[in-house]
Design a protein around this ligand. Structure first.
Ligand SMILES: [Zn+2]
Length: 137
């Protein structure tokens, strides 16, 4: 498990809760108690009103694909094992848009508007990364 060679997030004091959440299979989103905004990615202050009065809510982890692209070749060698790579923006019901990879599916079946859900992969002992995969009907 410690052989993961790809870039890893640098955990910051204001993002620590997010990464504890992913380890526990929860997708946590910041919420501003002053203006009621949901915030992603984690920040020190609300980007809408600059309040520091923030807490965390658990997202359902269900989202809709807003846009995507598929990479078939031309990546750095450490990413070659992941080809083809589906990079996507997904919209969550909390009103946030998240950049992610769509995994565990045939990239040919990925469509804009497709319903996806978060899944988690433990890539090191410390880091669990969130990805999305199509919801099986
Ligand atoms: Zn705010």
């Amino acid at each position: 498990m410690n052989q993961y060679k790809k870039p890893l997030p640098e955990i910051q004091p204001y993002s620590e809760t997010f990464w504890e959440g992913t380890k526990n299979r929860k997708l946590l989103v910041q919420h501003c108690n002053d203006c009621d905004s949901h915030i992603f990615y984690p920040r020190r202050e609300c980007p809408e009103c600059w309040s520091k009065n923030l807490d965390w809510v658990e997202s359902s982890g269900k989202a809709i694909i807003y846009a995507f692209s598929i990479t078939y070749e031309g990546v750095e060698e450490i990413f070659a094992e992941d080809l083809p790579i589906v990079l996507a923006w997904v919209d969550l019901p909390e009103g946030i848009r998240m950049q992610t990879n769509i995994i565990d599916c045939d990239p040919k079946n990925v469509e804009i508007g497709m319903q996806v859900q978060v899944i988690f992969k433990d890539v090191t002992d410390e880091i669990t990364l969130p990805y999305f995969t199509p919801i099986q009907n």
